[in-house]
Write a protein that binds this ligand. Structure first.
Ligand code: BV8
Ligand code: ZN
Length: 250
């Protein structure tokens, strides 16, 4: 499943990045966006994940996020998330850069996580920017209003046309450019600027590995493509890394 070149590169690697998308959470039961059964089939991104749509119809956007949060509250990190949390201890520097808002990497125990598109557990008032975690959102349906200023509360996620959080972005770009191995896991690699990270890593000399159940826009720019489910491939990769690091032949 893994090339000799990848295993040799990992045996010498000091800095590894795991760049993840909705695919890593699919085996936990979180629907992806664009794959088969993806949620974008029912809704189009421009209808929901942008500020204009929210201001035009906050109830509809909240209905979508409440439904997604409902799914996410009933699920757990899968073997892929757990393998990445364990992998963090195998290298001098290891970062998870995620496009996901489902909080599963944090729940799996990963420590260095950059959330490029926000987190569904956080919300803020567009009037006074007061922050509200999901548990304390007023009301259980419709668009919640800020008790302090009566402004509309929105999910703390990055919508289309919005800038990514600059600290997370800067740290992610620096981690990508400084990585020896860059794993692109469960992402269709079509949403920018996040999707420019594997390309930036490659330009800086990283060995780029794609782990996906199907080829993507990134495949022909990756050094290695591993077709498989991340919940199976990542534990296997962790096993090989720990074997190498114990000094026994991989
Ligand atoms: C910005 C909100 C600029 C949170 C999301 C034209 C060309 C290029 C770019 C653009 C363009 N027009 C507009 C843009 C910019 C736009 C963009 O990139 N659009 C794309 C779609 C063309 N980007 C933006 O708007 C960004 N902001 O550019 O601002 C700016 C500049 C100046 C001033 C102001 C602004 C903001 C982008 C963030 C958008 N927010 N979501 C939420 O509700 O979740 S995007 C959405 O897509 C999610 O965040 C998601 O994370 C992200 C990426 O999707 P993936 O994670 O890759 O998921 P997907 O379903 O696509 O793929 C899953 C993969 O997993 C598949 O390949 C599947 O095969 C695989 N898989 C499935 N199961 C498994 C598996 N793999 C392994 N194992 C399995 N078991
Ligand atoms: Zn407010």
């Amino acid at each position: 499943m893994f090339s000799r070149r990848l295993l040799d590169t990992l045996s010498r690697a000091r800095s590894v990045v795991a760049f993840t998308g909705a695919g890593i959470s699919a085996e936990s039961g979180v629907p992806t966006f664009r794959g088969s059964g993806g949620i974008w089939k029912k809704y189009r991104p421009e209808e929901l994940a942008n500020l204009d749509a929210f201001l035009r119809n906050p109830e509809l956007v909240w209905e979508w996020y409440r439904a997604r949060r409902q799914v996410m509250s009933g699920i757990a990190p899968n073997a892929g998330h757990l393998a990445l949390a364990a992998m963090e201890r195998c290298f001098e520097r290891f970062a998870v850069i995620t496009q996901n808002i489902d909080n599963l990497h944090r729940r799996a125990g990963s420590r260095t996580i950059y959330e490029l598109h926000g987190n569904i557990e956080r919300n803020y008032c567009i009037g006074c920017r007061a922050q509200y975690v999901s548990e304390v959102l007023p009301g259980t349906e419709g668009a919640p209003r800020c008790p302090a200023c009566n402004g509309l509360i929105r999910p703390d996620v990055v919508w289309f046309g919005e800038l990514l959080p600059s600290d997370e972005w800067d740290a992610s770009l620096s981690a990508a450019e400084g990585s020896d191995v860059f794993l692109s896991i469960g992402t269709s690699a079509v949403v920018y600027p996040a999707a420019s990270l594997p390309r930036a890593a490659r330009r800086s000399g990283a060995y780029v590995v794609e782990i996906n159940i199907e080829p993507t826009d990134l495949s022909d720019q990756a050094d290695e493509v591993i077709l498989g489910r991340s919940g199976e491939v990542l534990p296997e990769l962790l096993e090989r890394i720990t074997t190498i690091q114990k000094g026994t032949p991989a």
